[in-house]
Design a protein around this ligand. Structure first.
Ligand SMILES: [Mn+2]
Length: 354
């Protein structure tokens, strides 16, 4: 098992690689070329430059999050052919440079949704918050304004170019059912997975966040049954999952430890995060500690240990604590605390098994 840490690149992240190196046990930097729009080819030279920078700080750079899937692929438009060809080119370039896992998602329009990126907790820390009623009453435009009110940092999945035509895009999905979305995902996977096998790159789909429909858009990556169906679309090891305990954990029906045991070697990348679920359907991203939220983090780490998980695990998000500023959810301090909590469980387990 490798502990990873998501990093947004030089000049695009206030956390330094030098600081990440001081977090015990952290060996992978989870990276991306964040200036790339969905559908663009990632060129060999720019991939190499980024990986060399990461590796020169003593890290591995084998996990990429994310290579975004162009909306036309999700919509199943004829123009998807060009974007799938570009995706294949990117897989080849990343595989050739030594990347082993590519995380992606298949959420229509919105990558993830919260209503407040800095909700204050009783202890003065702030965290990402989802207020159910507010979302039900808001328009997509209202939500975009809320999420993008901190212009200092780009937010992954909220790139201005994909949001500029948001009303049109949402309208395009009116005729797309869940089954259509599954078919469009299958069409994509049938074309890219053979390339992944050839270049030994594992594709790892991230669950919907939150794991239910928003703005009546179809969602197909929200529970164990849907994840199983996705793995069956192309039943090859290279077609796998990013199991995110925080995204899935917002729905109390989702049993993440059971999913770890069910999916085993089809899990190529793990996000560990806790959320506290309120009775009214709201949720907030709490610390990693099990008691602080509603997700059984100790059971999750034990399950990864028990299946002999060899992939990368990263703390997904953290709260903002100790006056740290920066990209919401992606500060240094609380994610480092999360790593120490995860490693504590892991090391105890390892000692018991000896
Ligand atoms: Mn996640």
């Amino acid at each position: 098992m490798d502990i990873g840490f998501r990093w947004y690149g030089e000049g695009n992240d206030n956390v330094k690689l030098e600081n990440i190196r001081q977090i015990p046990g952290t060996t992978q930097i989870v990276w991306a070329l964040h200036h790339k729009a969905a559908g663009e080819v990632w060129e060999k030279e720019e991939i190499q430059r980024e990986m060399q920078l990461i590796e020169s700080h003593g890290f591995k750079a084998e996990v990429v999050e994310s290579v975004n899937v162009h909306e036309d692929i999700k919509l199943g438009l004829p123009s998807r052919e060009e974007y799938i060809a570009n995706y294949i080119e990117t897989i080849k370039n990343l595989g050739g440079a030594g990347v082993k896992v590519i995380c992606y998602n298949f959420m229509p329009v919105f990558d993830w949704i919260r209503t407040d990126l800095a909700k204050e907790m009783p202890d003065g820390s702030t965290a990402l918050f989802y207020e159910k009623d507010l979302l039900n009453d808001a328009s997509p435009q209202d939500i975009i304004e809320r999420v993008l009110q901190n212009p200092e940092f780009t937010m992954p999945g909220w790139e201005p170019e994909r949001l500029s035509k948001i009303e049109d895009t949402i309208q395009q999905y009116e005729s797309v059912s869940e089954d259509d979305l599954f078919s469009n995902l299958q069409y994509f996977l049938e074309r890219v997975i053979p390339v992944c096998k050839e270049h030994d790159v594992r594709l790892a789909i991230h669950p919907d966040d939150p794991p239910w429909s928003v703005f009546n858009l179809p969602r197909i990556v929200s529970n164990q049954e849907q994840l199983q169906r996705i793995l069956s679309l192309v039943d090859e090891e290279h077609n796998g999952l990013t199991l995110c305990s925080g995204a899935l954990g917002a729905n109390k029906e989702n049993d993440v430890p059971a999913m770890i045991h069910a999916f085993q070697n089809r899990i190529h990348f793990a996000h560990v995060r806790n959320v506290y679920r309120y009775d009214n359907g709201d949720f907030i991203e709490s610390s990693h500690r099990e008691e602080d939220g509603s997700v059984p983090i100790t059971d999750i780490m034990n399950a990864y240990y028990d299946i002999g998980y060899k992939g990368c695990i990263r703390p997904d998000h953290g709260r903002h604590i100790w006056d740290e500023e920066g990209r919401p959810g992606y500060g240094l301090y609380d994610r480092a605390l999360g790593i120490m909590y995860m490693l504590g469980i892991w090391d105890q387990k390892r000692k018991e098994q000896k």
